[in-house]
Design a protein around this ligand. Structure first.
Ligand code: HEC
Ligand code: HEC
Ligand code: HEC
Ligand code: HEC
Ligand code: HEC
Ligand code: HEC
Ligand code: HEC
Ligand code: HEC
Ligand code: HEC
Ligand code: HEC
Length: 307
């Protein structure tokens, strides 16, 4: 049984290749696809019965698929594409057996890895890092989050909307979004997937990868993006997380310290003794540093980020 999904996925690649050749510009066109399919075992076309035959006994499922993005596959092949069998494998033996369930791919009988390989047969180009992601390694398969036939409408075939989907497993993350100051994720303004790519990235914590890592934050907070004539070194160096927490905080402005001056003095401990500030300004109960150093993320006017 273990080799079945692989042979099936090879078939998808052949199907995908045909799609590529006939509908120029689809995402599946890569050298990798071409390379794989050239070595694929060609399936016996006689083992496939086509959608219409499946529909004679599974009318409800076939009808349900009409608005599914996967039905586009069939349309691409002039209605002759083997849509059901792209995922469930060649169906003739199943049909000849009067619906013999041992002769058709049943996803609840597959391991997470077999599921992932089946789906990645077509989606490897959109999600090339999935198999090395923390999710895949922990056995969280595509079908932990997605469903083909039973997804919530309008949700990229998800089994639940975000953040509910994520909280099902990440119960430890949920409290931070209930804190006094938090990114408005539960309010639906920001999504977990704005900052994370759950399909895997090259970064820690599944963070969305960008050349400049802070771009995951400055995508929305454009005013702090810069570049500035006078940069505040840690903003571009250590990054936003050197002063902020991403999910939620008991501190205003999502700061990772309750007191701004204490935060600043982690790196500027000498300031309280210098001539400009005098002895008192560095202590934690004095005027906040940012009341004078207003443009704390960088400035085009003043090297000390003053007004
Ligand atoms: C002659 C009628 C018939 C045809 C045609 C048919 N099936 Fe079935 N199928 C059945 C029956 C009966 C069952 C077992 C009862 C059930 O679970 O619905 C079944 C079960 C299945 C299952 C497993 C359901 C489960 O609960 O795990 C899948 C998947 C499936 N069929 C897919 C297909 C696909 C894909 C096609 C077309 C290639 C197809 N079937 C064509 C009758 C048919
Ligand atoms: C893109 C892959 C894919 C396609 C295309 C697809 N299926 Fe499925 N099918 C699945 C998965 C995955 C499941 C497991 C349940 C789920 O995720 O919805 C499943 C479950 C089923 C079941 C089990 C009953 C159920 O609803 O759980 C049947 C029967 C079935 N499919 C029939 C079909 C038929 C008939 C077609 C074509 C009209 C089809 N499938 C097209 C992936 C696919
Ligand atoms: C941990 C949950 C999770 C897992 C596991 C997962 N996905 Fe997703 N997937 C999502 C979410 C959430 C989105 C919506 C992303 C968004 O709205 O920005 C998504 C979106 C997608 C999309 C739409 C394109 C995109 O990136 O927005 C495709 C295609 C997809 N997933 C395929 C897969 C496949 C194939 C697998 C398995 C190899 C998989 N997913 C595993 C949660 C998951
Ligand atoms: C035979 C190829 C093929 C297989 C196998 C396949 N898909 Fe797809 N999938 C597609 C195509 C084609 C689309 C439509 C892409 C588009 O609209 O650009 C799609 C779209 C999607 C989307 C995006 C839906 C949206 O709203 O944008 C998700 C999520 C997805 N597939 C998940 C899966 C999962 C999970 C599996 C495994 C159970 C799977 N796919 C198996 C070809 C496939
Ligand atoms: C504003 C961007 C952003 C949003 C929105 C976001 N995250 Fe994060 N998340 C991060 C960053 C940045 C880190 C890394 C934290 C660090 O480096 O200290 C992280 C870390 C994590 C971690 C691993 C570390 C830990 O705290 O356990 C998990 C799990 C996680 N996030 C899940 C989620 C979930 C679930 C959601 C939605 C409910 C979500 N995140 C929303 C930016 C975000
Ligand atoms: C079916 C359970 C499940 C679902 C649903 C799920 N996750 Fe996960 N997630 C895990 C497991 C298990 C791990 C790996 C172990 C760990 O680090 O906690 C993980 C890891 C992560 C990590 C990496 C943590 C690290 O330390 O590197 C992030 C970030 C994350 N998930 C975010 C999300 C987001 C966002 C969603 C919703 C779109 C989501 N997860 C949905 C179970 C799940
Ligand atoms: C998808 C857009 C988006 C992304 C990405 C994003 N944010 Fe936000 N951020 C928001 C929104 C919306 C608010 C709430 C603004 C409000 O309530 O006025 C917010 C609030 C904040 C606040 C508090 C602002 C205040 O006035 O209290 C800080 C600090 C912040 N984000 C930092 C970050 C950091 C750091 C990252 C990267 C880890 C990040 N944001 C990523 C949209 C985003
Ligand atoms: C050196 C520490 C530090 C770093 C690094 C930092 N911030 Fe801030 N940020 C602050 C402080 C302090 C405030 C509060 C200013 C105030 O209360 O007057 C703040 C406030 C904010 C606010 C609230 C609105 C505003 O502009 O004042 C946002 C949004 C924000 N930061 C986003 C970011 C993002 C995005 C990054 C990374 C690109 C980042 N910050 C890096 C210290 C920092
Ligand atoms: C993570 C360490 C870090 C934190 C936290 C930090 N800074 Fe800085 N800051 C630096 C570094 C590094 C420089 C670059 C100048 C240098 O070489 O000392 C700098 C430069 C400055 C300058 C310009 C100095 C000059 O010589 O012109 C000011 C003003 C400043 N920081 C104020 C603050 C304030 C106010 C805070 C708190 C909101 C703060 N910094 C938080 C590391 C930090
Ligand atoms: C009352 C306004 C005010 C407050 C409050 C203030 N500063 Fe300053 N700071 C200044 C001025 C004015 C300069 C001199 C700017 C120049 O040389 O052009 C300066 C210069 C600096 C410099 C660069 C020169 C040096 O002395 O190293 C740093 C770093 C600095 N401040 C950090 C801080 C920190 C950290 C705090 C909070 C503990 C703070 N400042 C609070 C007004 C203030």
């Amino acid at each position: 049984m273990w080799h079945l999904p692989r042979r099936i996925s090879m078939f998808f690649l052949v199907v995908a290749l045909v799609g590529v050749l006939t509908t120029c510009g689809t995402r599946m066109a890569t050298a990798q696809t071409l390379q794989h399919s050239s070595s694929a075992t060609v399936q016996n076309p006689d083992d496939y019965v086509g959608n219409d035959t499946c529909a004679t006994c599974h009318q409800d499922v076939a009808d349900g698929l009409a608005n599914n993005p996967h039905s586009k596959l069939a349309l691409k092949h002039g209605g002759t594409g083997a849509t059901c069998e792209s995922c469930h494998g060649a169906g003739k033996a199943h049909v000849d057996g009067g619906g013999d369930v041992t002769k058709i791919v049943r996803f609840d009988k597959l391991t997470p890895k077999q599921i992932d390989e089946t789906c990645l047969g077509c989606h490897a180009n959109t999600h090339p890092n999935f198999l090395r992601s923390p999710h895949a390694k922990a056995g969280v398969s595509c079908l932990s989050c997605h469903s083909i036939h039973k997804s919530v409408p309008q949700t990229t075939l998800l089994v639940a909307t975000q953040p509910k989907l994520c909280y099902q497993c990440h119960t430890d993350i949920k409290p931070s979004f209930a804190m006094l100051f938090h990114h408005p994720v539960n309010e639906g303004v920001v999504k977990c997937s704005d900052c994370h790519n759950v399909h895997g990235t090259f970064e820690n914590n599944n963070l969305r990868a960008t050349a400049d890592q802070d771009a995951i934050c400055t995508k929305c907070h454009t005013d702090v993006r810069g570049p500035f004539v006078f940069e505040h070194a840690p903003v571009k160096g250590e990054g936003c997380m050197s002063c902020h927490t991403p999910h939620g905080s008991v501190n205003a402005r999502l700061l990772n310290m309750p007191n701004i001056n204490v935060l600043c003095n982690q790196c500027h401990s000498g300031v309280s003794q210098d001539t400009v500030h005098g002895m008192s300004s560095g202590s934690s109960d004095s005027v906040p540093c940012t009341s004078c150093h207003t443009y704390i993320h960088g400035s085009n006017m003043n090297a000390a980020f003053l007004q």
